[in-house]
Ligand binder design. Structure first.
Ligand code: PHE
Length: 471
């Protein structure tokens, strides 16, 4: 059974490295591999990338430290941890609802994240099949036209039976690990899959270094043109920073609750943020050379991953093997994130209702499967169903887009905003200082960031998210 380091008799990470890998696993996911390159492409490359890095350091990192700190102090599921900190600070226990909102967000993100995970599985299957039938010489899909390759994605998402089944498979793999607990399940995924992920990412990036258009990619990602740094670009960068670090869904509170008292949270948070940023940048360095080498455009959004890249793999030597490696890597990253997303509601259901962990995980999975099926079908037969379509910001959106917008633009920024206010203004200073592992100037700087910069920046994101016309 677990090597309990948390000192409270609960299951816990068996080492600091296990925690770091699991937290990096949670942070690194479709956000880094799909969303970051898509956002960088849509927002003009260099200006976005450099401002994004600034946001990670000044907004993401302080909130990440706040979340892990609350969790480690509380040693319980997220709402309970918030309640303990509030109680010991002599403040209203109503603050626990910040985490309840986080639990809800994590559940909603889980529901559509696993649909995307299912899509990734489809491409793993397609590339594996191609490799098996045509071998590794030449590009992928040598027997298909470009139009046929580009048609794979629309055909897949409109095939409801298939996407619902793939979603179930992805959820089943996720629940398999979550139901086995933290040290016996979740950290195993991270400890084995994250190193494998890094090897694949580096391998494909090195391929791009020699075979693809690396010079053009570097210029594209890192040329800073100040005039391109507009309001919407800056806000896109802030939003991407905290989605990528898994903030605002109480996920890092939940993971922090399994951390031992001997771990320095500030240093550990810095490692997690640095690794997440490095992966986002490497994802850009890995994807764009291949896309440019095939003569394709960089600004394809979701289509960049599911339409442009398969087409690019069609054009380049060894494309089926490279494509298979690429989608397996994306699948690993998505799995370590979906495990984190499922852990948040599972820990809560299990502790709140005193259910055994497998039962709690089963309940969460069943509910996510139902909502996930509606999301999957919203790209096909249910495309006309717009659940919140009566509100302007959700107009014309199916279930999947509604969940994505509701969480990314509303519930996650609210969660992160209230967390920074809670740590900056509400929680007892001495309690916070005894947990954060900072001193001197860095400590004062962190206080300034959580008290002022984070709340202001997050309020701005919320306003612009809800009223897009104001900028
Ligand atoms: N950070 C993850 C990604 O980049 C997504 C995620 C958000 C995971 C919130 C857990 C919690 O894909």
């Amino acid at each position: 059974m677990a090597l309990t380091q948390s000192g409270s008799g609960r299951d816990g990470w068996s080492s600091r490295t296990a925690f770091i890998l699991a937290a990096i696993g949670s942070a690194v996911g479709l956000g880094n591999l799909v969303r970051f390159p898509a956002e960088a492409g849509a927002n003009g490359g260099g200006a976005f990338v450099l401002f994004y890095i600034l946001c990670i350091v000044l907004i993401g990192l302080p909130v990440l430290l706040s979340e892990t700190l609350i969790g480690r102090h509380g040693q319980a599921a997220a709402p309970e941890s918030f309640r303990k900190v509030a109680e010991q600070s002599g403040k209203s226990t109503a603050w626990e609802h910040v985490a309840s909102l986080g639990v809800l967000s994590a559940f909603l993100v889980l529901a559509f994240y696993c649909v995307l995970g299912g899509w990734v599985l489809y491409y793993v299957g397609v590339f594996a099949g191609d490799l098996f039938t045509t071998g590794i010489s030449g590009g992928a899909f040598s027997d298909m036209t470009v139009a046929e390759v580009e048609g794979l994605f629309p055909a897949m998402i409109s095939n409801g039976t298939m996407t619902v089944m793939l979603n179930l498979v992805f959820l089943a793999v996720t629940v398999f690990f979550v139901s086995r607990g933290v040290s016996g399940g979740i950290e195993k995924v991270a400890v084995y899959l994250m190193p494998a992920f890094f090897v694949l990412l580096l391998g494909i990036t090195i391929y791009g270094l020699f075979g693809g258009q690396m010079g053009r990619t570097l210029a594209y990602l890192f040329t800073f043109e100040p005039e391109r740094l507009t309001g919407p670009v800056m806000l896109a960068a802030v939003g991407q920073a905290f989605f990528s670090l898994s903030l605002g869904v109480a996920g890092m509170v939940t993971y922090g609750a399994y951390v031992g008292r001997n771990v320095n949270l500030a240093g550990t948070s810095a490692i997690i943020a640095a690794a997440d940023t490095a992966v986002a940048l490497l994802a850009g360095l890995c994807i764009f050379p291949i896309v440019f080498a095939a003569g394709l455009a960089a600004d394809g959004g979701l289509g960049l991953m599911f339409t442009t890249l398969p087409h690019a793999f069609q054009e380049i030597p060894g494309g089926s093997l490279l494509g298979l490696g690429f989608f397996v890597m994306v699948g690993f990253a998505a799995l370590t994130s979906s495990v984190a997303l499922m852990e948040v509601p599972t820990a809560w259901v299990s502790e709140r209702f005193r259910f055994a962990r497998p039962v709690a995980a089963g309940i969460v999975t069943f509910s996510a499967a139902v909502l996930g099926a509606l999301s999957a079908l919203s790209m096909g037969v249910l495309s006309g169903f717009h659940p919140l379509g009566f509100l302007p910001m959700f107009e014309g959106m199916g279930v999947l887009d509604t969940l994505d917008t509701l969480t990314g633009k509303i519930t996650m920024p609210i969660g992160a905003l209230l967390t920074s206010v809670f740590i900056g203004w509400v929680a007892n200073k001495r309690l916070v200082d005894s947990e954060n592992g900072l001193d001197g100037g860095l400590h004062l700087f962190w206080r300034f960031l959580v008290c002022w910069l984070c709340p202001i920046a997050l309020t701005l994101i919320l306003i612009v998210g809800i009223f897009p016309g104001v900028l």
